[in-house]
Design a protein around this ligand. Structure first.
Ligand code: AMP
Ligand code: ZN
Length: 445
């Protein structure tokens, strides 16, 4: 079964046919590790995790590489501001990124290359581009000459003039064309040793675009299948990756399918550091919001459409999961996935439809099938007990005892005592719900 996805190159939904039928290879632009991830970054990570999980059910072998950008201007600026070394900052933020994405049930990519560990490959690729007449050295920089690539602009579908007008291209005296972009730049006097690398053009560091071209090619080959990232990366980042890679490896095709996730917005505005409207995953988790609820909320819109973040999105997701956990209890997942859950996912990763299927499957109440479907969406990974009770599971003995006392009081028609017990529990953040099969409790935020 081939999955179908929207390919930004053709602007249409296409069947995904890998170069090698036995091995599909996907590269995704990962985080720039200068600050703890916000939920916009998390949307990108969750979307590609969902794509990875789905591809694994449809293709015999899938390799997923997602890089860590650990050399970048924003990192240097943040390290200077905090008065710590660049390496200390990137190690700290990488660990936070891993912790937060694990809380959202994101699987580890098969390969997680770091830019700083691929510098020699970047230097070699830049030398290759210079030798082929696609790049030139000037004042400690090396620039890619956009005029040397007849196909430049074909992914973003813009002319070079539009690109110069529309993007914040840096006009600099050493550039032959203002749209030429940096492959290598000289070190700034304030840069510490962990972001200075020796090169034939002097000490410096690579440009962002060449990092991804080299890491993708080194780990997945000169021609691979899917390349993903946020919609903001289509231009200039992905356009420039394409240009460098096709010029350095003219007989290869670099990525066959380009996939872009839509933006997460708050009140219709892009969530970003500069607008000051960002919420980190860590903030939400420390407020007691569960990772699976955040994940389900992030999957509630189609991956390539915008998603406006609201508190209601989260509370709806939490309610849906409460209902599901009540049905699945602690059953083992069914071995086979029903077509009703894979079909919408194979159709351009239609997660809202898959979530709707999950909700309608609740009616059939086949708990093990439901659990398998939920697991494919990266949820229902906990036991019902730990879902409802969380850290309070340790307190379950006295809570159960209080519930038993309340039941006894109700039996004796002592409703005042029963209400007092409920209020005492509520004050401790324990909510009771009377169901036909008895009273159940959950920890509330
Ligand atoms: P960065 O750490 O800024 O390089 O971003 C990491 C990934 O998150 C990239 O693929 C970005 O396109 C993506 N991203 C950043 N902000 C948002 C947002 N508000 N909504 C969706 N994706 C985003
Ligand atoms: Zn990239």
């Amino acid at each position: 079964m081939n999955m179908r996805l929207h390919n930004s190159l053709s602007r249409s939904v296409e069947p995904i046919i890998p170069h090698d039928a036995s091995h599909l290879r996907m590269y995704v632009c990962g985080p720039t590790v200068y600050a703890r991830p916000h939920i916009g970054n998390a949307r990108s990570a969750v979307v590609y995790d969902q794509l990875y999980r789905t591809l694994k059910t449809a293709y015999p072998r899938v390799t997923y590489a997602r890089n860590i950008t650990d050399v970048d201007d924003k990192i240097n600026a943040a390290a200077t501001e905090r008065g710590i070394t660049i390496q200390a900052l990137t190690q700290e933020v990488t660990a936070q990124f891993h912790e937060d994405m694990a809380a959202l049930s994101c699987l580890k990519p098969d390969i997680e290359p770091k830019a700083t560990e691929h510098i020699s490959g970047m230097i070699a690729m830049i030398q290759n581009l210079i030798a082929r007449g696609h790049a030139y050295a000037a004042e400690g920089h090396v620039l890619f000459a956009v005029d040397s690539d007849a196909q430049y602009g074909s992914l973003a579908r813009r002319s070079v003039d539009d690109m110069i007008a529309g993007a914040r291209v840096e006009v600099a005296p050493y550039k032959k064309n203002p749209a030429d972009f940096v492959l290598w730049k000289p070190a700034a006097p304030t840069d510490d040793a962990s972001s200075r690398f020796a090169s034939p053009w002097g000490e410096g560091r690579p440009g962002w675009h060449i990092e991804c071209s080299v890491m993708a090619t080194q780990h997945l080959g000169e021609s691979f299948d899917i390349h993903g990232g946020g919609a903001d990366l289509m231009f200039p980042h992905h356009e420039n990756e394409c240009a460098q890679s096709r010029c350095a490896h003219p007989h290869a095709s670099y990525a066959k399918y380009w996939v872009h996730n839509g933006f997460l917005t708050v009140n219709g505005e892009k969530m970003s550091k500069s607008l000051g409207n960002f919420i980190t995953v860590h903030d939400l988790l420390s407020r007691g919001i569960k990772g699976e609820a955040i994940r389900l909320a992030l999957l509630s819109a189609r991956y390539n459409e915008p998603l406006d973040w609201t508190d209601k999105l989260l509370s709806d997701a939490e309610k849906t999961l409460d209902k599901l956990y009540r049905i699945v209890g602690d059953v083992a997942p069914a071995k086979d996935l029903p077509d009703c859950i894979t079909a919408p996912l194979y159709d351009n990763l239609n997660t809202p439809k898959a979530i709707a299927v999950l909700q309608s499957e609740m009616v059939t109440r086949d708990a093990s099938v439901l659990k398998a479907c939920g697991n494919l969406l990266g949820v229902l990974n906990h036991t019902a007990d730990s879902w409802f009770k969380g850290a309070a599971a340790d307190d379950s003995a006295w809570i159960e005892a209080a519930i038993a006392r309340r039941a006894e009081a109700k039996k004796n028609r002592d409703f005042a005592s029963a209400d007092t017990i409920r209020a005492e529990l509520s004050a401790k953040g324990i909510a009771l719900e009377d169901t036909p099969s008895g009273t159940i409790w959950k920890k509330v935020v």
